[in-house]
Write a protein that binds this ligand. Structure first.
Ligand SMILES: O=P(O)(O)OC[C@H]1O[C@H](O[C@H]2O[C@H](CO)[C@@H](O)[C@H](O)[C@H]2O)[C@H](O)[C@@H](O)[C@@H]1O
Length: 373
């Protein structure tokens, strides 16, 4: 079969004309990692070292870096800010500007959409319980899901992210991918009803650490502890910067008692989760496999996210040499994503353009068939 090859700069992927996908649709491709087995000595040592001496000042520095005001101020101090931004944009061009190249690369392939929630579909707000997505964004996601299998991949607990998104036809991977569920049984989807929870052994420990963190951080005004089922978030967006050191010290102190848990940092939030080798990147691979696209050249995963935890998924796309990683950010950031979008409003525009493009391609195909008949 003749091959049409499209190379998208920065993405390094090629699009070929369709061949029948040979991949069987396996619903449970990975044996769930057992907690005890997954926590190797190396992991334990790394977790302990991570929380060891000297970590605190590093932590506070990193808390500062995750604050947009600080990041901007620091950037403004640096000379040649505009040049730096332009250079970053050249490396991670706007997915809207490169839209035609992106869709051209999907020729003969099934697009599968992966969407982070906070900061991607909803704007970042002070109160995590009030991070609602707009009705227009919901309509855009619903329309996208009519054309392409679509998954929400979030650090939040799956039930909570579902409450925000409210679309039963989607796949949901909550708790940073540790709680995956396919669409309801009535759906026509290949992976309907799929459920995967690789960290279920950690539930009692997570519940315990959640309670401990509430208790230990209650003296820090503005700190908020959120139970995300298989992980816990400690928010410091509303904590006075003078108390960041105290908060970091407190969380670090609790973490020392739980070597099977690790801590990472998102946007003004500490995220506590099991040390198992599972993240948003693994969730992406699991979902692709569940959909029947394991080792399949005829798929184009598109992942859009704004957070450090989304980098695991961007890295997977890079490693596979397949797919489109899009970072949502107004500011230059280290990222493995190929493209960028500035904010949720641009994400919505990108989704709507995808829908429009798909509808147009279908209409063109119909017309061509009618003309040939
Ligand atoms: O993977 P995500 O869907 O991006 O979830 C990551 C964290 O998102 C939420 O926190 C972030 O958004 C909040 C609401 O805008 C904001 O107040 C907070 O500062 C951000 O870090 C969520 O509340 C966390 O539990 C997730 O881990």
């Amino acid at each position: 079969m003749a091959q049409t090859t499209v190379v998208v700069p920065e993405v390094g992927m090629t699009a070929a004309t369709p061949t029948a996908c040979p991949c069987p649709g396996s619903l449970f491709p990975y044996p769930p990692p057992r907690a005890g087995m997954a926590v190797s000595r190396k992991c334990l040592r790394a977790a302990q070292a991570e929380l060891g001496a000297g970590m605190l000042s590093g932590l506070v520095e990193s808390m500062r870096a995750s604050s947009p005001t600080h990041a901007r101020a620091a950037a403004a101090l640096a000379a040649g800010v505009d040049d730096e931004h332009a250079a970053w944009m050249a490396r991670h061009p706007s997915a809207l500007g490169k839209f035609e190249e992106i869709v051209a690369a999907s020729k003969g392939k099934q697009i599968v959409m992966f969407l982070d929630y906070d900061g991607t579909l909803s704007p970042i707000v002070d109160d995590p319980d009030a991070a609602f997505m707009s009705e227009t964004m919901r309509m855009a996601v619903r329309s996208v899901a009519k054309h392409f299998p679509t998954a929400i991949v979030s650090g939040r607990c799956r039930d909570k992210v579902f409450e925000f998104v409210k679309l039963a036809e989607l796949y949901y991977a909550g708790s940073h991918g540790m709680d995956i569920k396919g669409p309801a049984k009535s759906s026509k989807s290949k992976a309907k009803g799929v459920l995967f929870q690789p960290a279920s052994e950690f539930l009692p420990m997570i519940e315990e650490v959640h309670q401990r963190l509430i208790e230990e951080t209650k003296h820090v005004a503005g700190a908020k502890v959120e139970n995300n089922k298989f992980c816990v978030s400690v928010h410091f967006r509303c904590v006075d910067e003078k108390s960041w050191g105290a908060l970091a010290e407190t969380v670090k102190g609790v973490m020392r008692e739980y070597p099977k848990l690790r801590m990472s940092q998102g946007r003004m939030v500490f995220e506590v989760r099991p040390t198992i080798k599972w993240d948003k990147g693994k969730a992406l691979e699991f979902l692709l496999e569940s959909l029947g696209f394991a080792d399949c050249p005829n798929v184009l995963p598109v992942y859009i996210g704004d957070d450090r935890t989304d980098e695991d998924a961007f890295k997977v796309l890079r490693r596979r040499g397949q797919g489109v990683g899009i970072l949502v950010s107004k500011h230059p950031k280290d990222t493995s994503a190929s493209f960028s979008l500035q904010e949720p409003a641009e994400v919505m525009e990108f989704l709507l353009r995808l829908v429009e493009w798909k509808q147009l391609s279908r209409a063109r195909l119909r017309l061509r068939r009618q003309a040939d008949a």
